[in-house]
Structures are given as C-alpha cells and as structure tokens.
Design a protein around this ligand. Structure first.
Ligand SMILES: *Cc1c(COP(=O)(O)O)cnc(C)c1O
Length: 223
C-alpha cells in the first residue's frame, strides 16, 4: 500500500480550487506524517480523542478537520486548534462552540451538516431546521463562530443517480443560503461533499471540499 502514490492520484484528479481533506481516522500518526511531507496539510478525524492525540504529536501547521459527530461536552478539547468543524447539526452545539471560541479568544470555523441521505442513521439538519437556526437571535449574536458552508453525506449505495440527486439537493440548499446573506456569512463558500466512493460525482455537482479516507489510506480495520 503506497499511500503517497494514492494521495497523488487523488490530487491529480482534482481541480485547483478543491480542497482535499485526507481522512486519517483509525490510521497511525506516522502515515499522516508521510503525507504531510508530501505537502498535504488538511487532515480529518471523526473522534475527538484521536484528533487531539494526533494534533499533539504532529507538526503545528497541519489543519485539523473534525468531520464526525461532535458532542457538546467534548468541544472544549478541540476548540483551541481545530481548523474546521464539519458536523454542526444543532443550535445547542453551535452555542457550545461559540462559548469555547470566546474562552479561547478565537473564531471557530464551522459547517452545518445537512441530512441529505435516505438512511436514518446519518446525522444532520433538514432545510427547515437550518433556516430556523440561521434566522434565530441566538445565531445572530454569535461572534466566535463563523459558518463557512455546508457538509453532507450521500446514501451509501451503488445507485449513482441517487447519489447525484442528493448532492444536487445539497448544492441547491447551499446556493439558497448564500443568496440570503445571513449576518456574518461573508465567507460562506465551502461545500464539503464527496468521499472515496462518490467524490467524482460530488465534484460534478459542485463540491469544493472532499473528504477522502480509504482511497488514500486503504481499508480501515475497526476493532
Ligand atoms: C470516514 C469518513 C469519510 C471518509 O470516508 P472514505 O469512504 O474512507 O473516504 C468522509 N467523511 C466522513 C464524515 C467520514 O466519517
């Protein structure tokens, strides 16, 4: 398994304005370091403990993305350094991030996670819930979070027409939010969609940030 070669294959297939987040979850820090030495700076983890451990062990200028479901009581561990929180799916969580941003005297960049798949198990907001948050006074008063865009995961299926339809729907919502110019959203520009199995479709449907794990690092072995 040549992970550097895999990284470069994915990179070469990407337009210049697309950010590749290399998803290193369950993989050792040594693998992250090999890709870092190739100039890869964006890495994603889905567990707070793993994100923290790798952050402490690895070079300072790595940009760490929290891509998994985040519990409010764990925000404090990553608030000092996280580059982008992809999985914001409630006002309550956003309020906690705001509070931790204030404590750390920084603005924490976030994406709202939208539920676009037909699987029940996937987290995320629907369109109505998203707009309810965006129109709330609580959101309007926040000064230590910056909503940079949206994230979503398509249904895990071989039916590429279905996947495409779900990504297209997310892009539609993204454009709608962008148009309405909510408060502090001048930097609302990130559409995080696409993983190993569906990132090509996601790019065709307007993604500008993809989160790729197994295609680069190989299969994950969960214990
Ligand atoms: C694991 C994970 C990925 C990467 O998945 P691959 O199929 O291995 O590319 C992307 N996004 C999220 C939210 C994940 O949890």
């Amino acid at each position: 398994m040549d992970i550097v070669k895999n990284l470069n294959i994915v990179r070469e297939s990407l337009p210049a304005d697309v950010t590749l987040v290399a998803v290193s979850k369950t993989k050792p820090a040594s693998m992250v370091l090999s890709l870092y030495q190739e100039g890869q700076l964006d890495f994603g983890e889905n567990k707070v403990q793993d994100l923290l451990a790798k952050y402490e062990e690895l070079p300072d200028n790595i940009r760490w993305h929290m891509i998994g479901h985040l519990q409010s009581n764990k925000v404090k561990y990553i608030a000092p350094f996280v580059t982008l929180v992809h999985g914001v799916d409630s006002l309550n969580l956003l309020q906690t991030i705001e509070k931790e941003g204030m404590k750390n005297k920084r603005i924490i960049h976030c994406l709202f996670q939208m539920h676009i798949a037909s699987e029940e198990t996937k987290f995320g907001l629907n369109e109505e819930e998203l707009f309810t948050i965006l129109r709330s006074e609580e959101y309007e008063s926040m000064r230590h979070v910056c909503i940079r865009g949206l994230m979503g995961m398509a249904t895990f299926t071989d039916d590429s027409a279905k996947v495409r339809k779900e990504f297209r729907n997310l892009k539609r919502i993204f454009e709608k939010v962008k148009e309405k110019r909510f408060f502090n959203n001048t930097d609302f520009s990130i559409l995080s969609m696409g993983m190993s199995g569906d990132y090509q479709i996601a790019l065709e449907e307007g993604s500008n940030m993809i989160r790729v794990g197994s295609l680069i690092f190989g299969q994950r072995n969960y214990m």
